[in-house]
Design a protein around this ligand. Structure first.
Ligand code: NAD
Length: 514
């Protein structure tokens, strides 16, 4: 009998045996740094003359892995192999497809500390953040496997005399998965597993900053028994292969998570029907955020400050759900600001592989540069009350807080995607909600309040895909908090929810007259 789905528990690193297991995994991974990682097309490793280095962001002179750089010929080969594999995988029963996912989840659970260690080295994730990334990958895999079994069963239709009627969910064909750098295991895994378990075949193009962890996921899929060609791993420069893949006449869907600019570009390009294409391409695009936490005068101020700091500075603010705006009503503005600054100041910044670090580096040099540019802009626009500095050796940016930020300042409107918090004063809850909604994004938002009327007002008016009360804005759990945003945050696909797999299927109504 199958156990009901439950989110994977997080590892308690205060326990000595877990600390020891993590240290051992880090030591084992350290011996494997600098290896090369090929493309995987039809199960065959493809090495290339052209390669790129994946760098440890905590120590940027350390190469974590060297990955093959694919080109258009590889992209075409990957699409053709996926097309061929679809002929059998698309007809493989749902239970057999789900069984591959159950095995993959079990393997990830067994290799959890090792995956955590790779995430610490390659993505600069502190132990806790790395563990949450791996746990979420396991959750997506377990959850989507169960969801597929549910969808493969009889669907509720209105009985009609003299007919036998069914609604069945068929796969679509070949898809492309384009994943972001910030959850290089969880999001990559969730986006891929959803497409696979519904019977599609895919070309997976992970982030340039996470080729090693992506290769680990493919090792796991191989061990779990996924037939060759069903998922194909392609690294490459998006300028060379991006449009080629997203406008390919045989690519039926694109599963993209990343920035607003790239998402909009893909959405537009993919819409054009190419010669020989006999379907409308589907685009699932999950994009950026400028997420706000509101605090009013009735809130528990310590809890609110803790929630703001965790949401703003966890993984150095590089979460689409990160709090980048704290909007505080005037009656408690000074008290909350003081508490937030005190908590943020106490955070220990250091290498992600060091178990005592609470804030690691940002993931790559280009992000470091962009964040420092925004900090310079912030200094012109508002009052810097904490941080702003860097640390040598890695791509470090200290937790940074700007106070008295105008709601229309650039640092209050544009996604910085780093450890930079804009604190904004509002006269009352009405103004706070108006400021929170005054963004082109609509991903997550929180309100800390003990005023029932304020909570109900926010429930009606706070326009975000994931709305939280009296808790942080990050840390959505698969199956518990289906995740996806409104407006320029994307297509609101609600990953990790009961509607997600529908996006990868063609629903067919089948009726037989009796
Ligand atoms: P990005 O847009 O730079 O890249 C995302 C992926 O798209 C990468 O694999 C990249 O190589 C690829 N890509 C880039 N240009 C392409 C093109 N022209 N054609 C095809 N593929 C192309 O994003 P990023 O910097 O890796 O990730 C950070 C962004 O992702 C932030 O904006 C963040 O808010 C967002 N994000 C959103 C969610 C969500 O669920 N809404 C989750 C995580 C991250």
């Amino acid at each position: 009998m199958m156990m009901p789905y439950q989110p994977e528990p997080f590892t308690d690193f205060t326990r000595p045996e877990h600390r020891a297991a993590m240290e051992a995994a880090l030591a084992k991974v350290a011996e494997q740094l600098g290896r090369t990682y090929p493309l995987l097309i039809g199960g065959k490793p493809i090495t290339k003359q052209a390669t790129f280095n994946s760098i440890n962001p905590s120590k940027h002179d350390q190469v974590v892995g060297v990955a093959a750089l694919g080109d258009r010929t590889d992209a075409e080969a990957a699409v053709q192999v996926a097309l061929a594999a679809y002929q059998t995988w698309g007809r493989t029963p749902a239970a057999a497809r789900a069984s591959v996912l159950f095995k993959a989840a079990a393997i990830m659970r067994r290799r959890k500390f090792e995956l955590n260690a790779w995430l610490s080295y390659e993505a600069g994730k502190t132990w806790g953040e790395a563990d949450a990334d791996t746990a979420e990958a396991i959750d997506f895999t377990e959850y989507y496997a169960r969801e597929m079994l549910r969808m493969a069963g009889p669907q509720r239709l209105t009985p009609f005399a003299g007919e036998e009627n069914h609604l069945v969910y068929r796969p679509m064909g070949v898809g492309v998965v384009l994943s972001p750098f910030n959850f290089p295991l969880a999001i990559l895994c969730g986006m891929t597993m959803a497409a696979l378990v519904t019977g599609n075949t895919v070309v997976v193009k992970p982030s340039h900053d996470g080729p090693v962890i992506a290769s680990k996921l493919f090792e796991i899929l191989e061990e779990a028994g996924l037939p060759h060609g069903v998922a194909n791993l392609l690294f490459g420069d998006p300028a060379e292969i991006g449009d080629y893949l997203t406008t390919h006449k045989d690519v039926r869907f694109i599963n993209f998570t990343g920035s607003r600019a790239v998402g909009c570009h893909i959405y537009e390009k993919a819409a054009k029907v190419q010669p020989g294409q006999n379907f409308l391409r589907r685009v699932i695009a999950e994009m950026g955020g400028k997420d706000a936490i509101i605090v009013d005068g009735t809130a528990d101020l310590d809890e609110a400050a803790a929630g703001i700091v965790a949401s703003a500075f966890g993984y150095s603010g590089q979460k689409c759900s990160a709090c980048s705006r704290a909007i505080i009503t005037a009656d408690v503005y000074d008290a909350v600001l003081e508490r937030v600054v005190a908590r943020a100041k106490a955070l220990k910044m250091g290498p992600a592989i060091d178990g005592s670090s609470q804030v690691g580096p940002v993931a790559a040099e280009r992000f470091h540069k962009k964040i420092m540019e925004y900090i310079a802009i912030g200094k012109q626009e508002a009052r810097l009350v904490l941080g702003g500095e860097t640390q040598p050796g890695g791509y470090y940016v200290a937790p940074t807080i700007f106070a008295d930020v105008a709601p229309d300042a650039r640092i209050a409107c544009e996604e910085i995607f780093g450890p930079v918090l804009a604190v904004i004063k509002a006269a009352d809850i009405d103004e706070a909600l108006a400021i929170a909604n005054n963004t082109e994004y609509g991903l997550t938002g929180s309100l800390y309040s003990r005023n029932r009327a304020h909570i109900e007002k926010a429930r009606e008016e706070f326009l975000v895909g994931n709305l939280y009360f009296n808790r942080k804005s990050t840390g959505a759990l698969v199956g518990v908090h289906p995740f996806g945003g409104f407006n320029m945050s994307g297509t609101d696909s609600k990953a990790g929810g009961p509607d997600y797999l529908l996006l990868f299927t063609l629903a067919q109504a089948v009726s037989e007259k009796l």
